[in-house]
Design a protein around this ligand. Structure first.
Ligand code: SAM
Ligand code: SF4
Length: 335
């Protein structure tokens, strides 16, 4: 049950405390990664997406309800005009412990220093390959050199515990897992490998054929590295391993092979203001409607969020062998 005796906390029917919110601040992106988007994407009209002020109000409401960590993501969060001032405002919410972002790295060369000044604590950067041609093939529009410059800038302005996110697909980039870990080791940063999730319909590959499990990646890495399990958690679904003799940790996000729902502590706010209770289910509450119907009424908004905990599902329903049942793409969702 939602704990009514403690209005400062969000607790679902399964006793899980929700203290982590991911916000997709735009569905737009300068890349079109093959696992995330279709080649031709229709993006939402402006009136349908939350304004920056609305996003801030929601962030504040969640923080007042005990959320300690907010991840700003997208789409590509750094292509939304005003992203920096939004981050500054969220960064000033006192009760938050951590404001973090996930980015494709394309804007970091020019924005990393301002992000640090805005109070962003950590950055996850997507990088699936170190081969420029393969990078172009996977992202359809991206430039590897620009992203690498962005990563170097983020390191040089002093971001700590930068993490690379790599979605591994069989026959696209699975042979590069050792090179990617070596890159992380050389740069003293972390890396997480992600199993592809069936969100939205993609055309460039069959998701069940492209499935490459965390176990297969681990066995490939064992050829070059010695990995030792660590109990460390960063508030996410990754299982972490230390790369012996280095400062790097390797994480595995394995929605298919190792269900992580039992310890789920998060919810997601889509760019349309839909509070999504689970990445792999459609249970949601339209907070934009609540917000716009009751301007300035924080109490009603917070009650809607508290009530939403009652419909948080126990676990995701991903099945890699079926055509996507979840038609929502990751860029809408706030991955
Ligand atoms: N544009 C930013 C980026 O690429 O980092 C932030 C948004 S992106 C949707 C967030 C993360 O979701 C990225 O690390 C991306 O690789 C991952 N992602 C996108 N589609 C995915 C899918 N179908 N399965 C698993 N991960 C996915
Ligand atoms: Fe854009 Fe990120 Fe999706 Fe790639 S994964 S298309 S960079 S939102």
């Amino acid at each position: 049950m939602t704990d009514q005796s403690n209005p400062g906390q969000l607790i679902d029917r399964f006793g899980r405390t929700v203290d982590y919110l991911r916000i997709s601040i735009t569905d737009r992106c300068d890349f079109r990664c093959v696992y995330c988007m279709a080649e031709e994407m229709a993006f939402l009209p402006r009136a349908q997406i939350l304004t920056l002020e609305e996003i801030y109000t929601l962030a504040k409401a969640f923080a007042e309800l005990g959320v300690k960590k907010i991840r700003v993501t997208g789409g590509e969060p750094l292509v939304r005009k005003g992203a920096l001032s939004l981050l500054e405002n969220i960064g000033r919410i006192e009760s938050l412990n951590e404001l973090v972002i996930t980015t494709n790295g394309s804007q970091l060369e020019t924005m990393a220093a301002s992000l640090k000044a805005a109070g962003v604590k950590r950055i996850n950067i997507s990088l699936d390959t170190l081969d420029a041609d393969n990078f172009k093939a996977i992202t359809r529009t991206g430039d590897l050199r620009q992203v690498l410059r962005g990563i170097h800038t983020a390191i040089s302005v002093g971001f700590e515990r930068i993490k690379i996110n790599a979605v591994i697909l069989k026959d696209r980039n699975h042979k590069e897992v050792n090179d990617l870990v070596q890159f992380a080791v050389d740069h003293r940063i972390d890396i997480s490998f992600i199993e592809e999730m069936p969100l939205g319909i993609v055309s460039r590959h069959d998701r069940s054929e492209a499935y490459y499990s965390s176990a297969m990646i681990k066995s490939d890495l064992a050829r070059n590295f010695s990995l030792v399990a660590t109990p460390e958690k960063t508030g996410g679904p990754s299982n972490y391993f230390n790369v012996v003799g280095t400062e790097t940790r390797v994480g595995f996000i394995s929605p298919h092979s190792e269900n992580f729902c039992g310890t789920c502590n998060r919810v997601r706010l889509t760019v349309e203001g839909r509070l999504l209770l689970c990445l792999g289910n459609e249970h949601s509450v339209d907070l934009k409607r609540v917000l716009r119907a009751n301007p300035g009424n924080m109490a009603i908004l917070k009650q809607a969020i508290v009530d939403a905990m009652l419909i948080k599902p126990e676990k995701h329903e991903f099945n890699i062998h079926e055509q996507a049942v979840i038609l929502r793409y990751m860029n809408m969702t706030g991955g």
